[in-house]
Design a protein around this ligand. Structure first.
Ligand SMILES: [Zn+2]
Length: 262
């Protein structure tokens, strides 16, 4: 084992096995922290499916909402997934989306019209928004890419002691959990605004209160998939980083000796 010096203090570098041990524990911790996500996703799907018997009611209001939204004037169209060549998930009514490139709301209107209002909300965000909301949607892909990158920053071993001077990589590594969370925030906010505007539109088109409440339940659970990913994803990266730090950072000599003998 070798030693390094920072500010006159001698530190002991950690053996390679520390990396492996740290990585295994960090992976386990990360998996445990992320484990609720599939349940959150399933709970949303269940809520969405619960409204399929009411679809005929939602469908009329959905088209009415589209008509009064002003989105037609912006060139937005509806693609009925059940009749079109779109990915299977959309055909089956497991997925819906707003495609900003072609200005199309894509969904199976014979199954999940209840989700359509939210997609209209995305279209409104993109085409008729204030306060720069439309830019939030553009940060979605880069945000997730950055968050994904932070998972890697979290598992690098640390060659420097805790109080050594920092360069940019160190700063990123030190804050990778926070960076991952913040990178996903624009999407969390834009999704919430899309739901808010979708519900507002539904109200305006006369969706009765009971249906509106069911819709809110779907949208809350849908949003939990996004906020859950940001919060738990950020926490998983944070925990991985802390574990790797603990396992791989060089320790001051006195500290490591006292550990040996203590
Ligand atoms: Zn959405």
């Amino acid at each position: 084992m070798s030693t390094v010096y920072y500010n006159g203090q001698e530190y002991q570098t950690r053996p390679l096995m520390s990396d492996v041990g740290g990585y295994m524990l960090a992976s386990a911790a990360s998996a445990a922290i992320l484990s609720p996500l599939p349940y959150i996703g399933k709970s949303f799907q269940k809520q969405l499916n619960r409204e399929i018997p009411n679809n005929h009611l939602f469908k009329d209001y959905f088209y009415k909402s589209f008509n009064i939204s002003g989105l037609k004037d912006k060139g937005v169209g509806i693609v009925e997934a059940q009749f079109n060549d779109v990915p299977l998930d959309y055909k089956l009514g497991h997925q819906a989306c707003y495609d900003p490139f072609n200005r199309k709301v894509i969904l199976n209107t014979n199954k999940i019209s209840s989700a359509g209002f939210h997609e209209l909300g995305h279209a409104l965000n993109a085409l008729k928004s204030k306060w720069g909301i439309k830019y939030l949607a553009k940060l979605r892909a880069p945000g997730y890419a950055i968050a994904g990158l932070m998972e890697y920053f979290a598992i690098f071993s640390r060659s420097k002691p805790k109080d050594a001077p920092r360069n940019l990589t160190d700063v990123i590594e030190d804050n990778c959990g926070e960076i991952a969370f913040i990178a996903m925030l624009p999407t969390v906010i834009e999704e919430a605004v899309a739901s808010y505007r979708g519900i507002k539109l539904a109200k305006k088109s006369g969706v009765p209160k009971s249906l509106l409440n069911n819709m809110k339940k779907i949208y809350l659970k849908a949003h939990a998939t996004y906020s859950g990913k940001a919060i738990l994803g950020g926490l998983a990266v944070y925990a991985s980083r802390k574990i790797m730090d603990y396992f791989t950072r060089p320790r001051p000599i006195e500290e490591s000796q006292s550990l040996l003998f203590g």
